[in-house]
Design a protein around this ligand. Structure first.
Ligand code: ASP
Length: 437
């Protein structure tokens, strides 16, 4: 059994957390490959080391001194090393990093040193080998992550290490310069490592008990999801639910490796399992989760006999495609067609899209209305249960909420409804209360 364990920034923010992390790793010998983030916040108004490194980079570009700021970064690491009583001298590393940032080694280089230094400390503390991902996690010339090259390089490299710490967040370009993933990207490194060693499980340790059924800022103490499929996770993440970087799913998903979200501060909780497929679900609660977003607009097009005009839909969508925009949903009637798009995305090109639609399909009426919120009610259990849509509508009706749009695909994995932005939070609460007793 091999597990890859990734620890987020809050799980490695100070010496006390390093101790918890060591205990977790040592409690199971299968935890052989460890991917750390940079030290995160220790308290609410604290600063993440990655943010301090970006600030150092910005100062150096402006020709300002970085010494004071860089000293704060050194203090963060030194306090961890000293409190853990480690015999580790990082002073040469600090000098080299500071010099490189001052000499414009690059924004990604600066940011990546947060993970690099934390990896050095963690490897020394738990006695694992340190494997720098620079040579093994590769990006192509266009900056896109190179899956195949990385997989072959990293699997050969890690086969030589029984146990290793591999810093998250970065790799390198073909010319050797450091390149990072987008923010939160250590999750992606963990997934890449899990795939390279064909792990049985990818454990992602963070500071919450797992993936929650609804946004805790809206719903009071929502339940933790025990098991969720990759497909369900995609639907919920797309609608704004977060715990894991969106791109972290792909490497493990294609290898069929499950992910387990765990809480470093509460290791006895089983967390959330993200699995390739699952036939089972809790019959007392057919839905897995609810997520939603504000900020959508509806383009409504009406034309008599639209239904018999072949190519009508294509022409309308072409008008949107020309602006390089994608649409979200397409609910339609016989003589009406609605296209749902992000309000922010069409702000600048609204007039052009309307003009284009008017000239290509000559509608009787066309309007663009903002202020729509979308809510996705997701659950693999829905396909086997009758009355799920009824219960979503009942919950909204009983809370006096008007449903403006409905979309349910035949895969029956989710029901999406559109409501006025002003009703968004009430609708989420009402639907949650209907399904979670
Ligand atoms: N340290 C990086 C960030 O703050 C990457 C990560 O934590 O996953 O975004």
């Amino acid at each position: 059994m091999t597990k890859v364990v990734k620890f987020g920034g809050s799980s490695l923010a100070d010496a006390e957390h390093f101790r918890k992390v060591k205990e977790i790793i040592e409690s199971e010998p299968s935890r052989r490959y460890v991917v750390p983030s940079a030290p995160g916040k220790r308290y609410k108004d604290d600063e993440k080391v990655t943010d301090l490194l970006y600030q150092c980079y910005n100062l150096s570009v402006e020709g300002e001194p970085i010494d004071d700021l860089f000293d704060r970064i050194i203090d963060r690491y030194d306090s961890i090393v000293n409190e853990l009583g480690l015999d580790l001298d990082l002073s040469d590393e600090y000098l080299h990093i500071k010099w490189s940032i001052k000499h414009h080694a690059g924004r990604d280089y600066a940011a990546s040193r947060g993970e690099y230094l934390n990896g050095k400390i963690l490897a020394a503390y738990i006695g694992y080998d340190f494997v720098d991902p620079t040579m093994f996690i590769k990006f192509a010339d266009d900056g896109v992550f190179d899956t195949d090259e990385t997989d072959s390089l990293l699997s050969v490299k890690l086969a030589k290490h029984e146990r290793a710490v591999i810093p998250g967040f970065y790799g390198s370009m073909p010319n050797g310069t450091i390149k990072t993933f987008s923010r939160g990207g250590s999750d992606i490194t963990g997934s890449i490592v899990a795939r390279a060693v064909m792990a049985d499980l990818y454990e992602n340790w963070t500071d919450v008990d797992g993936f929650l059924m609804a946004d805790p800022r809206v719903v009071d103490s929502p339940k933790v999801i025990e098991t969720i499929t990759y497909k369900e996770l995609r639907e919920l993440s797309y609608m704004g639910a977060t715990v894991l970087h969106e791109d972290a799913i792909f490497p493990v998903r294609s290898a069929g490796i499950p992910i387990n979200i765990r809480n470093t501060n509460n290791p006895s909780s089983k967390g959330t399992m993200i699995v390739p497929i699952s036939e089972s679900y809790d019959p007392s609660c057919v839905i897995t989760g609810i997520a939603g977003k504000r900020g959508f607009s509806v383009i409504t097009i009406e034309k008599a006999m639209m239904n018999s005009e072949t190519g009508f839909g294509r022409k309308v969508l072409e008008a949107i495609e020309k602006e390089n925009l994608s649409f979200e949903h397409l609910p339609s009637g016989i003589d009406t067609m609605c296209v749902i798009v992000g309000t922010g995305e069409i702000a600048e090109c609204k007039e052009r899209i309307v003009d284009r639609i008017c000239s290509s399909v000559t509608p009787d009426v066309i309007s663009v209305e903002a202020g729509l919120a979308l809510i996705a009610v997701v659950g693999r259990g829905m396909v086997k249960a009758k009355g799920t849509a009824f219960r979503v509508f009942k919950a909204c009706a009983e809370s006096d909420i008007n449903i403006k749009m409905i979309d349910q695909g035949s895969s029956e994995l989710n029901i999406i409804i559109g409501v006025e932005e002003a009703d968004f939070e009430r609708a989420l609460k009402a639907i949650y209360a209907e399904f979670v007793k």
